[in-house]
Design a protein around this ligand. Structure first.
Ligand code: C2E
Ligand code: MG
Ligand code: MG
Length: 487
């Protein structure tokens, strides 16, 4: 019988190849390699079998750098990379932050879950960590702890990562029959403040971690040098907790119609009523909230609270009242704001034209085209747009005309020196005249005297807001003022 070469079995599909390789590698020191490759390239099945094979081979070859369970860097590789990171940071005047992240009571947890689930938990944690770090950061596993190395320009950048971790780890671990939430301990050391060699920094970061109470609360190793940054970060953390605990409140400041002398609406101003420090000024915490990204949930809270409150006043018969809410620039970079606003309006059943969003010139300038587009879609829905602190930025007429705005708020720095200061007087007159000619409503902020009010009235300003009429106060103190005349 002639001997025909039998074709080798067909080249397997990529999916089949992956399946058989994962069975083959199971239990070997390469099982983590494959797993981490799959998390990095979840659609690998769609690559050609050759590409899959090459990728796996490459990953196995670089396995010497990797921890087999999680696919993260191992400690030897971490140390090597940190040495060059420290050298780089030293040359560029940047900082390196080393976070040691551990699970509170992990040993007990593993004893109760069993080793297999314990390992799985570490793998899951590694995956979550990998998802929040930037690709230029180093992430390594050191036994039951994780080490994250980051080159940063300012220490506060860390707050952002920790914020994201806190969000992820507040939810129970998925896919476990037991319902557990992991409590993370986080310790931080900083180059060059805490040391200038890798060993020193690693030890200090671990020491700091042991002092962390868990629950994603971070602990710095360092001393006075970091106090400023540390205080700020701790404040961000306190704010985050405070938001959950309901420590934030919205106060309202009336705006008075200069023609009728009655309240035409309010500006919502957020307040932090800190359990120990008392009332903290937004001038202090808003910049921090912006820096840490907390402004998004905080801004949403203000928006919801203010709209709900306005609806209550509408229901009492004061249908004409409107509400102005301040928007931070980050909120304007986030497309989801349009949907969020729509949803709040739908839930509260408010007319969209009773809501006014206040933006500042500088926040509108962050990404002009994007902002214009976003404001336009809010305008289309009937929402009013005010430019806050007008006159302090760089707005020119031509620039203003591009923005779909409805209201100009004359900054209080011009109002303050009225009527004596001629420069202020001219600026205020010009802003109001210009605003009127463009069809905007004009509101003057920071009105404290009747003389100021008189000048503004003569200039043709539509509305005024200031301590002369009322400070920002809680809603229950506003209610008795609703029918009041301020003439
Ligand atoms: P703003 O939006 O320009 O608010 C006006 C500020 O002037 C308020 O300060 C108000 O209390 C104060 N003010 C009102 N009338 C007078 C007056 O007659 N004299 C003087 N001297 N001051 C007056 P506040 O409440 O401390 O807020 C400061 C800034 O913090 C606000 O300036 C706004 O930029 C920001 N902010 C407040 N709440 C929020 C918020 O919910 N979200 C955002 N993104 N920013 C907010
Ligand atoms: Mg404002
Ligand atoms: Mg203002």
């Amino acid at each position: 019988m002639p001997h025909h070469p039998v074709p080798l079995t067909e080249v397997p599909s990529s999916a089949a190849l992956l399946l058989s390789l994962s069975q083959f590698l199971q239990g070997t020191r390469y099982s983590g390699t494959l797993q981490s490759l799959l998390t990095r390239r979840p659609n690998m099945e769609q690559d050609s079998p050759e590409a899959v094979f090459t990728a796996i081979l490459d990953a196995m070859r670089s396995n010497n750098d990797r921890d087999s369970l999680t696919g993260l860097l191992n400690t030897a590789a971490l140390e090597e990379r940190l040495i060059s990171a420290l050298a780089f940071a030293g040359r560029h005047g940047s900082k390196v932050v080393l976070l040691t992240i551990g699970i509170l009571d992990f040993r007990d947890l593993r004893d109760s879950l069993g080793r297999k689930k314990g390992d799985w938990l570490l793998q899951w944690l590694a995956q979550q960590l990998r998802a929040v770090v930037r690709k230029e950061d180093f992430l390594a596993r050191d036994q039951n702890d994780f080490i994250l190395g980051m080159v940063v320009s300012k220490v506060e950048d860390v707050a952002h990562i920790v914020g994201k971790l806190k969000e992820i780890f507040s939810r129970p671990v998925p896919n476990l029959t037991e319902s557990i939430t992991v409590s993370l301990m986080i310790g931080a050391s900083i180059f060059p403040n805490d040391g200038n060699n890798v060993d020193d920094l690693l030890i200090k970061s671990q020491t700091a971690m042991r002092r962390s109470p868990g629950n994603c609360q971070y602990q710095f190793f360092s001393d006075e040098m970091q106090r400023g940054a540390k205080d700020r970060m701790q404040m961000v953390q306190e704010m985050r907790d405070g938001l959950e605990r309901g420590e934030f409140a919205v106060y309202y400041q009336p705006k008075i119609d200069l023609l009728t002398g009655t309240i035409l609406g309010f500006e919502a101003l957020v307040r932090w009523i800190h359990p120990e420090k008392g009332m903290v000024s937004p001038a202090i915490f808003i910049p921090l909230a912006e820096e840490s990204g907390l402004i998004l949930p905080l801004g949403l809270f203000v928006l919801k609270t203010a709209c709900t409150q306005l609806k209550l006043w509408h229901n009492m018969g004061y249908m004409h009242l409107h509400m102005a809410v301040n928007m931070a620039s980050q909120q304007l970079q986030d497309d989801s704001i349009v949907r969020a606003v729509e949803e709040i309006l739908a839930n509260t059943k408010l007319f969209p034209d009773r809501l006014e969003l206040e933006i500042t010139e500088s926040s509108a300038m962050v990404d002009i085209d994007k902002t214009i587009q976003l404001l336009a879609s809010l305008r289309q829905r009937g929402i009013q747009i005010a430019v806050d602190d007008f006159g302090t930025g760089y707005s020119s007429l031509s620039y203003l005309k591009r923005f779909p705005i409805t209201t100009l708020k004359v900054d209080q720095s011009f109002v303050r020196d009225l009527p004596g200061d001629m420069d202020s007087l001219e600026i205020v007159n010009a802003i109001i005249a210009m605003g009127r000619s463009l069809g905007f409503k004009t509101v003057a902020e920071g009105v404290e005297t009747f003389e100021q009010e008189a000048v503004l009235r003569t200039a043709g300003c539509h509305a005024v807001q200031g301590f002369l009429y009322s400070k920002p106060i809680p809603a229950q103190d506003i209610t008795p003022l609703l029918g009041k005349s301020y003439r």
